[in-house]
Write a protein that binds this ligand. Structure first.
Ligand SMILES: Cc1cc2nc3c(=O)[nH]c(=O)nc-3n(C[C@H](O)[C@H](O)[C@H](O)COP(=O)(O)OP(=O)(O)OC[C@H]3O[C@@H](n4cnc5c(N)ncnc54)[C@H](O)[C@@H]3O)c2cc1C
Length: 373
């Protein structure tokens, strides 16, 4: 089969690799003029590591990324709400934290002969019984058997197919990578600290650097330009010391602002000759750190299914394989903002007490399933 892939994010690049390995022709079209190193870092949980293993990239990721095995959520005073060890849930497997540019580079390096066409913004598509024609704003047209829309949360193709638009999730914040922090060396751990309608996560990176993210209820684009690292450090000065250390090792110009948008769990991920993949299919809030992981799973499952399905069966088989699982992650991720972002102040303490009981029960029953590809 001949695939046209729109979007060279995690989803599009992984799909190209998986489809090539399955013996198909694939070509990627990306609107950006260059694939620049961008973003901070992202957690790749055991389910996505297993998926990367299936296409031969797992060891390459393990070689460059920081393993994260000890994960905790704590209150703003550093008292655990939950703590778990990833390799206790999935024996022999842990999570990894590559920087986004490391992951992007790894995927790009593995594209082999797949053409990556930059500066090509998709304008519209025309689908007929025999194929799909992609029309780009440069005037280029490309004919393929199957279109993979991996063009992210704002995908027009996804919106036309599903009639669902992303909504502001009610919070935003910053991401950053720090300079090395000698006083807090790497220990394969990451902790998210929850206050009242705000939280900050600090995760280990290689070379004693940290990846941190701060999120606060109600923040919108205009608010973000008014926030400084030193202001944040003052605001969180009585939170645990690793936060102050991470903020002190961050330059203002290295802050990456973001506003969270998401969609509800999907009901449709593919139709006829058009397949939605990654955020185009299931834009979830970042609370489980699984948006990119699910894009990787989508791509690897698509590659697997494409080995035996015909072009007429592919959409149906892919959707049947993915809809329930990505729906579960989307629902859980979107519900994950209720406790840290939506509770009124008087309910926060009782909610934290309840979480100390609920989380271990959840971890034992559910997380093994979620972390198994
Ligand atoms: C704060 C935050 C933290 C997160 N942390 C994690 C984490 O720890 N772990 C994790 O797994 N996930 C995480 N995620 C989610 C993750 O970032 C996304 O799920 C993932 O990047 C989606 O990849 P994608 O390839 O589907 O889309 P994208 O990365 O959005 O790529 C889409 C590509 O399509 C291109 N494109 C768009 N429109 C067109 C067009 N018309 N023509 C041509 N090209 C087009 C874009 O330029 C872009 O390159 C986080 C998200 C946020 C917001």
């Amino acid at each position: 089969m001949k695939f046209g892939i729109v979007g060279a994010g995690i989803g599009g690049l992984t799909a190209a690799i998986a489809l090539r390995q399955a013996g198909h022709d694939a070509e990627i079209f990306e609107q950006a003029d260059a694939i620049e190193p961008m973003g901070a870092a992202l957690s790749i949980w055991p389910n996505a590591i297993s998926a990367l293993d299936e296409i031969g990239l797992g060891d390459q990721l393990r070689a460059i990324a920081q393993p994260i095995n000890h994960v905790a959520i704590a209150d703003w005073q550093g008292r655990d709400l939950t703590r778990f060890q990833v390799d206790h849930i999935t024996p022999g497997q842990t999570a990894y934290l590559p920087t986004r540019s490391q992951l992007q580079h790894l995927l790009k390096e593995n594209l082999a002969a797949t053409p990556l066409n930059l500066g090509q913004e998709l304008d519209h598509i025309v689908e007929d019984e025999d194929g799909v024609t992609l029309h780009f704003d440069t005037g280029l047209n490309y004919r393929c058997d199957i279109l993979i829309a991996a063009d992210g949360i704002w995908s027009d193709i996804a919106e036309n197919m599903t009639k669902v638009t992303p909504k502001y999730a009610g919070y935003g914040g910053f991401l950053a990578l720090t300079d090395p922090i000698a006083a807090h060396p790497t220990s394969m751990s990451g902790t998210e600290y929850w206050g009242v309608r705000e939280r900050i996560g600090v995760f280990d990176l290689k070379d004693d650097r940290k990846y941190w993210f701060y999120m606060k209820t109600g923040l919108r684009q205009d608010d973000l330009s008014k926030i400084t690292v030193s202001g944040l450090a003052d605001r969180l000065s009585d939170w645990p010391p690793e936060i102050a250390a991470a903020l002190a090792a961050t330059d203002q110009q290295d802050l990456i602002p973001f506003i969270v948008h998401a969609k509800p769990k999907p009901k449709l991920m593919a139709k006829n000759r058009v397949i939605l993949l990654g955020d185009a299919a299931h834009a979830m809030e970042p609370n489980m750190g699984q948006g990119g992981c699910q894009a990787i799973e989508d791509a690897v499952v698509l590659g697997r299914i494409s080995r035996n399905a015909t072009e007429h069966e592919l959409a149906e088989f892919y959707q049947a394989a993915r809809l329930k699982r990505v729906g579960k992650f989307t629902s859980l991720s979107n519900q994950g903002s209720i406790a840290p972002h939506q509770l009124p102040a008087p309910l926060v303490k009782p909610a934290h007490a309840a979480m100390r009981v609920i989380f271990p029960a959840f971890a034992n029953r559910q997380m093994k399933k979620l972390y198994t590809f």
